[in-house]
Design a protein around this ligand. Structure first.
Ligand code: TEU
Length: 565
């Protein structure tokens, strides 16, 4: 990323508006709720906010199914509230990134309503429509191909009016737009320019590497290989950059599942003008088993070191990565790769520092900074997420050779470990009713631990995870070696002790002082050799433990950041 880019050096705070703060007691977070919390966000030391979708939507997938791109969902407020939010952010020197879903719309969007109305509709080719295939019996038709949706079941839905099928990679209420049609692209670009003219600073582009599908829709159960990083994706992205991002100096943050470092370099090489930064999922997929995402395999932070190394080295010279542990689709990191009991805060601090001092843009998801953890769901009636609910329905009936593929206990385990609802429980502000989120009945129940885990108590303690995040983000920004310097991972001979150094080159080309980052990303107490690279770490610049008695002894989840050669 070029230093002139406003995103250079920045860190971003992600808000899931439904669950952040409810100002009017209807149980749903809203824009005025966010406006009331801007000082809290500023105090964290971030530079920008990414707002998950707030557009009109039937909420089949909580706003990722947009029915009108140019209006605000009444749950969240009005355009006037939105303008006030933009002004409030800018007055504090914070930028605003809006979430934008361009791969699909809601089936209730006027474009789709018109498209589905008849085969001769002028908007018919705004979406992907195909006739069905004759099934074996010749008695009727079946889906055009075997592609499966990301949310279980077929990716094609038969439409009664015309008897044809439309493509939906996500829910059946999220039909995919046809990017092959230039008129569709122009309509999307116009709409994006309308938002940028209102003063926003960039977009986070939902599944943006799915927009170009392989022509002919080749058959197979795995749609992913035919829609991710498709043949025209780079062409579409450069066009959008030229038409939308460049004239406004806005940033393009792409969600790109299924990218390699090589592809990520193509997407984010500044000279190619496609995207500024990408989200890749390799760490997020690491704890999935052979039966998929819900087939959860427990991992510790140290198990992810190889993936971190691969991405840091892969994008060392060109390209730009995001650094994230959480978002609205992922379970809480402390429960997932750290520990939610005794070591809750300390493991959260270690994981944060170890990742956010690498090269890339940190994205901090609401609640992460106060150490929120997964909810121990008791009953499926508590769940709200379409992905989890569809999975439960499917897994309960799935059989191979007459035997169930999933036991009930495995389904519950998978939901608790990987379901998206744990990221979506209300932000825990204080000890008051509903964690201070809402005076009404929250749309999803707050985590039962809110009286101990909340922003108000965390703010009072100098050693809280919240105070640590503030220090960490300030420290990161103060060191050019961290923002742009090189990185070298050092093999410690002990799998749990993860270590790297960041270094900037002095003008004469020699290495200046390095920043060392070491963390025991495990619950095991470690005693190492006396004279490893950690021997100079007894007086760390940043740490998550009280004192270091012996530099070679590492407490469970201990983190140290120190200056050395
Ligand atoms: O997510 C796309 C995506 O590929 C994954 O994050 C996926 O939804 C998740 O891993 C399922 O386990 C984006 C949004 O972030 C997500 O909230 C939406 O549901 C999805 O696109 C559809 O718009």
């Amino acid at each position: 990323m070029k230093k002139e880019n406003w995103l250079y050096g920045a860190s971003v705070y992600q808000i899931y508006p439904r669950s952040f703060c409810d100002s009017n007691g209807d149980g749903v977070g809203d824009l005025r709720g966010i406006i009331g919390k801007l000082d809290y966000i500023k105090a964290l030391g971030v530079d920008a906010v990414w707002l998950c979708p707030i557009y009109a939507s039937p909420n089949d997938d909580n706003g990722y199914d947009i029915s009108d791109y140019q209006s605000i969902h009444s749950d969240y407020g009005t355009l006037a509230d939105f303008d006030e939010l933009v002004a409030g952010l800018h007055a504090r020197g914070l930028k605003l990134i809006m979430d934008m879903v361009l791969n699909h719309t809601s089936d209730e969007h006027a474009w789709f309503v018109e498209s589905r109305s008849s085969k001769s509709s002028p908007k018919r080719n705004w979406y992907h429509w195909l006739p069905g295939r004759l099934d074996g019996s010749g008695a009727g038709t079946e889906a055009p191909n075997g592609w499966q949706s990301m949310f279980s079941g077929p990716a094609w839905e038969k439409d009664v009016a015309t008897g044809e099928w439309y493509l939906h990679l996500f829910s059946r209420k999220q039909p995919d737009l046809n990017w092959e049609n230039p008129v569709v692209r122009l309509a999307l670009y116009d709409m994006m320019r309308w938002w940028l003219s209102r003063g926003i600073d960039g977009f986070r582009l939902d599944v943006i590497n799915f927009i170009s599908k392989v022509p002919g829709y080749p058959d197979g159960a795995n749609a992913f290989t035919h829609v991710a990083n498709g043949p025209r994706v780079h062409e579409f992205l450069s066009e959008m950059h030229r038409e939308v991002f460049e004239p406004f100096g806005a940033v393009a943050i792409g969600e790109t599942p299924g990218v390699s470092p090589e592809l990520a370099r193509l997407y984010t090489d500044p000279d190619r003008k496609e995207l500024d930064v990408i989200f890749q999922f390799e760490m997020m997929d690491a704890d999935s088993g052979p039966r998929g995402k819900f087939d959860a395999r427990p991992l510790r932070g140290c198990d992810l070191l190889g993936i971190m190394k691969k991405w840091q080295e892969g994008l060392a010279d060109r390209g730009w990565n995001s650094l994230y542990w959480n978002n609205h689709d992922q379970p809480r990191v402390i429960s997932r790769f750290g520990e939610s009991g005794l070591y809750r805060e300390i493991s959260g601090k270690a994981l944060a520092a170890f990742l956010y001092l690498q090269k890339g843009t940190p994205f901090i998801y609401q609640g992460e900074e106060i150490g929120m953890v997964n909810t121990p769901w008791q009953d499926y009636s508590q769940l709200r997420d379409i992905e989890s609910l569809n999975f439960i329905t499917q897994a309960r009936t799935e059989t191979v050779d007459g035997k169930r593929v999933w036991t009930d206990a495995e389904i519950l385990y998978g939901i608790r470990a990987k379901g998206r609802d744990s990221a979506r429980t209300p932000f825990q502000w204080n000890r008051k009713k509903n964690a201070g989120f809402s005076e009404g009945v929250p749309w999803i129940a707050p985590h039962p631990d809110w009286s101990t885990i909340n922003a108000e108590v965390a703010d009072l303690r100098a050693d809280s995870i919240l105070s640590f995040y503030r220090k960490l983000l300030a420290f990161r920004k103060s060191e050019e070696a961290i923002l742009s310097g090189g990185i070298e991972f050092v093999d410690t001979g002990t799998a749990e002790l993860c270590l790297y150094r960041r270094f900037a080159l002095a003008d004469d080309g020699r290495r200046a002082v390095s920043v060392w980052v070491g963390a025991n990303l495990s619950p095991r107490r470690l005693v190492l050799d006396k004279d490893g690279p950690w021997s100079g770490s007894a007086h760390p610049a940043l740490s998550n433990c009280q004192t270091v008695a012996k530099a070679e002894c590492w407490q469970p989840w201990e983190l140290r950041v120190w200056y050395g050669l």
